[in-house]
Design a protein around this ligand. Structure first.
Ligand code: IPM
Ligand code: MN
Length: 362
């Protein structure tokens, strides 16, 4: 298969972890005889420094023309506490999601058997966790009208959803549930918010078209508690933009490190793949950031194009790095392996399972 992949490293550790994902995609290319063309562009703080804008026109064009975008991370400390900043790095990512119509964000949360001890939660609680968050990504409070009065004393962000916006992400979530454990949990705050009541109405109606899927509804506050009390009982969680952002960071605590979790942002025309973690500026250039979230995002990219054996090969190689403890210090204190070494190990261990039938990796 020929694929044009836009590479947006972004800020902080973004470019370093992205490089490891590229190594893995190159290994896939070679092992499975594909042809991937990679083109780089700037986004985020680095783009602001160069052009004054977090998402330069050139970058957007490259992303539109590409088959898929692989994204690193975004954010810079110098903007985090500057409440007066006119432009912010995060706007680059938000604008990109909006412009490319990436309305569904898929965020798998899992607990790998070798990482049970990495979670601060008890092993018995995290064991068997395997759920996926379907987060609406281009609407809601993130994109509603923002206001600040002249005196700078009153501010508001509008949380607005249309039936159509809820419906398109809901259908994708129900389809996912149908092919998984057949359970969908809608997370909203419909005891308080009108927009949440619309979510509940629309999702309940859509559920009638998926009789094999059981629908459950939870208020967001309760969901935040249930997710760490009994994570293994969840299957597909469907929710709006902001609740999805918050709950996916919570999910990473179950997995053992925020450096592990990938995501796919899907629209009708475009797709972008990115770790759920941020730019971790304190670790930039130190070769300590965990590249697994980025590498697993590349695996989601492969799956998106139906390259399932290839994605499986990447996931097996990641599994091997976890089993052999070839991991960064976030997963093993004092580990001698850095971002690059872990990336190399995983890339070298990407094999075609069919060819490799008799090879024992242990
Ligand atoms: C994420 C991030 C972004 C979000 C930020 C960087 C805008 O936290 O992808 O989870 O809030 O969506
Ligand atoms: Mn987030």
């Amino acid at each position: 298969m020929n694929l044009n992949i836009a590479l947006l490293g972004g800020d902080g550790i973004g470019p370093e972890v992205l490089n490891q994902a590229v190594k893995c995609l190159q290994a896939v290319e070679e092992t499975f005889n594909h042809s991937f063309v990679f083109k780089k562009a700037d986004v985020g703080a680095i783009a602001i420094d160069k052009t004054g804008m977090p998402l330069p026109e050139k970058t957007l064009r490259l992303c539109r023309e590409a088959d898929a975008v692989l994204f690193g991370a975004i954010g810079d400390l110098k903007y985090d506490n500057d409440t007066n900043a006119k432009v912010r790095p995060e706007q680059g990512l938000l604008q990109l999601r909006k412009e490319l119509g990436l309305y569904t964000n898929i965020r798998p949360v899992f607990s790998h058997p070798t990482l049970l001890k990495n979670s601060p939660l008890k092993k018995e609680i995290v064991r068997g966790t395997d759920f996926v968050i379907y987060r609406e990504l281009t609407s809601g409070i993130y994109f509603g009208e923002k206001k600040l009065n002249e005196e700078g004393t009153i501010a508001s962000d509008l949380c607005e959803y249309t039936e159509a916006e809820i419906s398109r992400v809901a259908h994708l979530a129900f389809k996912a549930a149908k092919s998984r454990k057949k359970k969908l949990t809608l997370v909203d705050q419909s005891n308080v918010l009108e927009s949440s009541r619309l979510w509940r109405k629309v999702v309940t109606r859509i559920s009638e078209s998926y009789p094999e899927v059981t629908l459950d509804c939870l208020f967001a506050d309760n969901a935040a508690m249930q997710i760490i009390l009994t994570p293994a009982k969840f299957d597909v969680i469907l929710t709006g933009n902001m609740f999805g952002d918050i709950l996916s960071d919570e999910g990473s605590v179950i997995s053992g490190s925020i450096g592990l979790l990938p995501s796919a942002c899907i629209g009708d025309e475009n797709a972008l793949f990115e770790p759920i973690h941020g730019s971790y500026p304190q670790a930039k250039g130190k070769n300590i950031a965990n590249p697994i979230a980025s590498i697993l995002s590349a695996a989601m990219l492969l799956e998106h194009f139906g390259l399932n054996e290839e994605a499986y090969a990447v996931k097996m190689a990641v599994g091997k790095s976890l089993r052999k403890k070839v991991v960064t210090p976030d997963l093993k204190k004092g580990s001698k392996y850095g971002t690059n070494e872990v990336g190399d190990f995983i890339a070298h261990n990407i094999v075609d399972i069919e060819d490799d039938f008799n090879t024992n990796d242990e």
